[in-house]
Every structure is written in structure tokens, then in C-alpha cells.
Ligand binder design. Structure first.
Ligand SMILES: Cc1cc2nc3c(=O)[nH]c(=O)nc-3n(C[C@H](O)[C@H](O)[C@H](O)COP(=O)(O)OP(=O)(O)OC[C@H]3O[C@@H](n4cnc5c(N)ncnc54)[C@H](O)[C@@H]3O)c2cc1C
Length: 350
């Protein structure tokens, strides 16, 4: 028997989670196809929203609009799934070099919004502090695995979720409709992260995927109320576990964890921590990044029934709610997508 819905979504990482959330909120019919046996960036991400970036500690793109939107969105989603997934977690900076300290001191004196001074004395039992410390306010930590699984439970209860792999062999489309197996829809939206490069519709977008690795490390006694950043980042994970990473590797041969990364992090942890630690796990993911560092959102320039919500790069936690909602508004009311995110900027290339 054929089933009809308005939209099909492929993928339930951060992008698919938020897109389906806004469809549900507006009572729009949809099904989401997700293969949970595939590796997703979301499942290994540290889940940090940090309003500043780079060595110069400048504000991230559109953070004034995106941060308040993200806060409201995560608070609402966690209420819906009745699980705590969103916490305020200021980033404590343990300056790794004189240059980084100078950069912090410069920014705190010029156009500062998010930086705050902090007293290193309170942290010297935990960290070997050589160049002083600072703090970034208004940072947040999202327990992404609890969030994605909590939302999946809701999707399953509402019969929106299909566990399985989207394959081209099961798919056909016209300008006004798509069908996958026994489901017909008006449109399909690909939220398939780095896997988009393996399917024909959006593989010409300028993806520049990069590999990230992290260690899961037990550090008994270290407060989970903060994120810690030196020349690596320590993010609360679960109980006394911390996510420790990461790297941005554009030229990678495979998706396997590397000894080189593990050894480097272990050495850096020994240099940073005053207290003992134990490595528990080593995880890897591919960030669906691109050269422009802007999302890929919108309808295919040739095929009206095919759309995308992807390209969240290193900032999926803050960008995904904002741009998933923009895509839903665009599809339902025609409200334009931010021109810097709309894939029509690549109309000639796709
Ligand atoms: C190590 C690391 C650390 C990171 N840390 C942060 C951070 O602290 N803060 C931040 O904002 N961002 C971070 N990121 C980036 C963030 O993870 C991504 O921006 C975000 O998760 C991308 O989400 P997505 O839904 O677009 O893709 P994904 O999470 O990769 O999801 C894609 C989904 O599609 C499914 N799928 C793909 N193809 C198919 C198919 N054919 N059929 C069915 N299902 C399919 C997959 O199973 C998966 O569930 C990090 C990334 C990595 C790798």
C-alpha cells in the first residue's frame, strides 16, 4: 500500500533532527529515513556552542541572531523529550602560549562581548597554568547523543521514523513528487551530512569534509560545569568522562582512529593536567564542512522536488536549528533563505 506524506527527510543527525522538529511543531506530515549503522558527525561531536572563534577570538558568523535562537530552540526541544540535554558551560581558557594570552588581553580591551577575566589560583590544583587564564561567557554544551536518541524515540512513537538506508535504486522523482519504496511525498530533503557527496543531487557542491578525532577520558574530580580549552579542548561527556580533542584533518586516507592523534593528546594532557586521567575510548567523525564555511540550504536549482539542509561544518550545534527553521519557512511560506546559506549561490555548479 502506498503511503503519502508531504516531506521525506534523509538522515537524523543534527540537521535532520532540527528539520523534523520544525515540521512536527507545525503539524506537517513527514517521514525520516535514517541508517543508524552509518557513522554520523553528530554522534562524535563535542556539542559545544562557542560564540567566538580563531586565534583573534572574534565573534562567529551571525552569532547575535543565531545564539538567542539556538538557546530557545534547545530549551524547547529538551522540554519536548523531557530530558536534560542543554547546559550553560563557560569555557575556561588555559592560555597555551604567550601569544594566545596577548590575543585574549587584546580582545578583552577591544570590542569585547564574551570574554571575562578569571583567577588562575582557583584552578592550579587541576591544571599546570603557565600563561594565565581567561573565560568565555555564554557558551553552551549539548548532550548530542541523548538529544538525538530522545528525539528518535519521539519520532518512532509518532511513526515518523524509518530505520534504513536511502538508496537510489529505491527512489524516483518528478518535478512535483518523489517516491521512495512505498512512500510518496512532494519533496525529499537530504540531511545526510558528508554522505551527500556519494549521491548524485548535491555532489557538485563545494564540500570540503574534514576528519575529527577525539578521546573519551576519565578525569575524576574535574568539575563538569565548565569546558576547558588550552591547545586542546576538554568537554564534559558523561559522569566523570570528558571528550578531549580535536583536529581538523582535510587530507585523510580513511576514517580510522590514528595512533598519532592518541599519542599527541596523551602527551598534551600530561602537560596540562595536575590530576590523573585514564583514556577510555577513541572516536572519529567526518565534519560536513565546505570551503566557504556557510551552510547548504534550499531547493535544487533544477529539480524542484529535491532539497538539502547540510554543510553545517564545525558549527552544527548553533547553525542547524536556525537554518532548519529557515528551510521550513521557505518551503511552507516562501520566506527567503539567508542568501549566504541558500544553495542558489551555486546554481551554475550543481
Ligand atoms: C570530532 C568532531 C567534533 C565536533 N564538535 C562540534 C562542536 O563542538 N560544536 C559544533 O557545533 N559542531 C561540532 N562538530 C560538527 C558537527 O558534528 C556537525 O556540524 C553536525 O553534526 C552535522 O550534522 P548533520 O546532521 O548535517 O550530519 P551527520 O551528523 O553526519 O548526520 C547525517 C545523518 O544522515 C544519515 N545518513 C547518511 N546517508 C544516509 C543514507 N543514504 N540513508 C539513510 N541515512 C543516511 C547518517 O546515518 C547520519 O545519521 C564536530 C564534528 C566532529 C567530527
Amino acid at each position: 500500500m502506498t503511503e503519502k506524506v508531504k516531506y521525506l527527510i534523509v538522515g537524523q543527525g543534527l540537521s535532520g533532527t532540527w528539520l523534523s522538529y520544525y515540521f512536527s511543531k507545525q503539524h506537517i506530515s513527514y517521514k525520516i529515513i535514517n541508517d543508524s549503522s552509518l557513522k554520523s558527525a553528530t554522534s562524535v561531536a563535542s556539542g559545544v556552542i562557542n560564540p567566538v572563534t580563531g586565534r583573534r577570538i572574534v565573534q562567529t558568523w551571525k552569532i547575535d541572531s543565531i545564539l538567542p535562537f539556538a538557546i530557545d530552540a534547545y530549551v524547547a526541544l529538551q522540554e519536548k523529550i523531557n530530558q536534560l540535554v542543554f547546559s550553560s558551560a563557560p569555557i575556561l581558557l588555559i592560555h597555551p602560549s604567550q601569544q594566545m594570552k596577548e590575543s585574549f588581553d587584546y580582545r578583552i580591551a577591544h570590542d569585547n562581548v564574551y570574554l571575562q577575566k578569571t583567577d588562575a589560583k582557583n584552578w592550579q590544583d587541576f591544571f599546570k597554568v603557565h600563561e594565565g587564564m581567561g573565560m568565555i561567557k555564554d557558551c553552551y554544551w549539548i548532550d548530542l547523543n541523548t538529544m538525538v536518541h530522545g528525539w528518535r524515540k519521539y519520532l518512532q512513537e509518532q511513526e515518523h521514523y524509518i530505520e534504513g538506508r536511502f538508496l537510489m535504486a529505491d527512489f524516483s522523482f518528478t518535478e512535483n513528487s518523489v517516491s521512495w519504496k512505498n512512500i510518496n511525498a512532494e519533496k525529499i530533503i537530504f540531511c545526510d551530512g558528508a554522505y551527500a557527496m556519494q549521491l548524485p543531487f548535491f555532489n557538485n557542491l563545494p564540500f570540503a569534509p574534514n576528519k575529527g578525532e577525539a578521546l573519551i577520558v576519565r578525569i575524576p574530580g574535574l568539575s563538569q560545569k565548565h569546558i576547558y580549552k588550552s591547545n586542546m579542548t576538554l568537554v564534559p561527556w558523561k559522569e566523570d568522562l570528558f571528550w578531549v580533542g580535536s583536529i581538523y584533518e582535510w587530507n585523510y586516507e580513511n576514517e580510522a582512529p590514528t595512533e598519532a592523534f592518541k599519542n599527541k593528546m596523551e602527551t598534551q594532557l600530561k602537560q596540562l593536567l595536575q590530576i590523573p586521567f585514564e583514556i577510555i575510548d577513541h572516536i572519529v567523525g567526518i565534519r560536513p564542512a565546505n570551503l566557504e564555511r556557510r551552510p547548504f540550504v534550499g531547493i535544487h536549482p533544477i529539480h524542484n522536488s529535491i532539497a538539502i539542509c547540510n554543510g553545517m561544518g564545525t558549527k552544527g550545534c548553533s547553525l542547524a536549528p536556525y537554518f532548519a527553521q529557515q528551510l521550513v519557512q521557505f518551503l511552507e511560506t516562501g520566506t527567503p533563505i539567508d542568501s549566504e546559506a541558500d544553495i542558489h549561490r551555486f546554481a551554475k555548479d550543481i
